[in-house]
Write a protein that binds this ligand. Structure first.
Ligand code: HEM
Ligand code: HEM
Length: 193
C-alpha cells in the first residue's frame, strides 16, 4: 500500500507526484504573474511566496528521489510501444532534473543579486546564499537561465500531461490509474469502460 509494487505506484510515491506536480505548475503561473505585476508591495510579497514554494519543491524532490531509490519502479504495461517507452522515460528524466535545476537557478538569482534581499522559507527559516559571484550581470544571467529552464520544463510537463490523458481516454490503459490509487491496478492491461 505505501510502497510501490510491480503493477502500481504506492501511496507515498503517488502523494509525492501530485503534491510536487501541483506546486510546480503553480510556481510557473506565480513566476509568470509576479514579474509582470506593477504594484511594488504585492510584487515583493509574491516573490517571497515564490521563493518559499520553490524551496519546498527542492526539499520534497530530494525526499522523493531517496524514496524512489528505495522502491521498485512499476513495470511498463505491455500496451506501451518501444517508442512510447523511450519518450516516457526521457520525459520523466527531464522532469526529475527540472525539479532540481529550476529551483537551484532561482536560488542563484537570489544569491547573485546586488540587492542582497535575505531569503526566508515561509518566514520560518533563513536560507543562506549560494557561494557565487554577486553582480548585475550574474543576476541577469541566472534570471534568464531560470526563466528559460522553467518554461522549457513547463512545455515538457504539458506533453507529459497530454500523454497521460491520451493513455487514459484514448488507449484506455492503466497508466494514469496506477498514479492515482495504490490498488487501482492489480493485473495490468486495460481498464473497464
Ligand atoms: C519549482 C520551482 C520554480 C519554478 C517552476 C519557477 C518558475 C519561475 C518562472 C516561470 C518565473 C518567471 C520568469 C519570467 O517570465 O521572467 C520565475 C521568476 C523568478 N524566480 Fe522562480 N521558479 C522556481 C523556484 C524559484 C526559487 C527557489 C527561487 C529563489 C530562491 C526563485 C526565484 C525567482 C526570481 C527571483 C524570479 C524573478 C526573476 C526576474 O525578476 O527576472 N524561483 N520563476
Ligand atoms: C497535473 C497533471 C499530471 C498528470 C495527469 C501526470 C500523470 C502522470 C502519470 C500517469 C505518471 C505515471 C507514468 C508511468 O506509469 O510510467 C506520471 C509519472 C511522473 N510524473 Fe506526472 N503527471 C502530471 C504532472 C506532473 C508534473 C507537473 C511533473 C513534474 C514537474 C510530473 C513528473 C512526473 C515524473 C518525474 C514521473 C515519473 C515517476 C517515476 O517513475 O518515479 N508530473 N505522471
Amino acid at each position: 500500500m505505501l510502497r510501490n509494487s510491480k503493477e502500481s505506484f504506492g501511496l507515498i510515491s503517488i502523494l509525492f507526484h501530485w503534491i510536487i506536480g501541483l506546486i510546480f505548475i503553480g510556481q510557473i503561473a506565480l513566476g509568470y504573474l509576479m514579474v509582470r505585476v506593477s504594484d511594488f508591495t504585492l510584487q515583493f510579497n509574491l516573490y517571497q511566496w515564490h521563493k518559499s514554494f520553490g524551496f519546498l519543491v527542492l526539499g520534497l524532490s530530494t525526499l522523493r528521489l531517496l524514496w524512489k531509490s528505495a522502491n521498485l519502479r512499476p513495470r511498463d504495461p505491455a500496451t506501451l510501444s518501444p517508442l512510447e517507452r523511450v519518450a516516457a522515460h526521457g520525459a520523466h528524466v527531464i522532469l526529475y532534473l527540472s525539479l532540481f535545476v529550476v529551483p537551484l537557478t532561482g536560488w542563484a538569482i537570489a544569491s547573485s543579486s546586488p540587492l542582497r534581499i535575505p531569503t526566508f522559507m515561509f518566514d520560518l527559516v533563513v536560507i543562506p546564499s549560494l557561494p557565487i559571484a554577486i553582480s548585475d550581470s550574474a543576476e541577469a544571467f541566472w534570471s534568464a537561465s531560470h526563466a528559460w529552464l522553467a518554461y522549457l520544463s513547463a512545455a515538457v510537463a504539458m506533453l507529459h500531461i497530454l500523454a497521460a490523458l491520451h493513455h487514459h481516454f484514448w488507449k484506455r490503459d492503466t497508466i494514469l490509474l496506477r498514479m492515482l490509487a495504490p490498488r487501482a491496478v492489480r493485473n495490468g492491461g486495460r481498464h473497464a469502460t
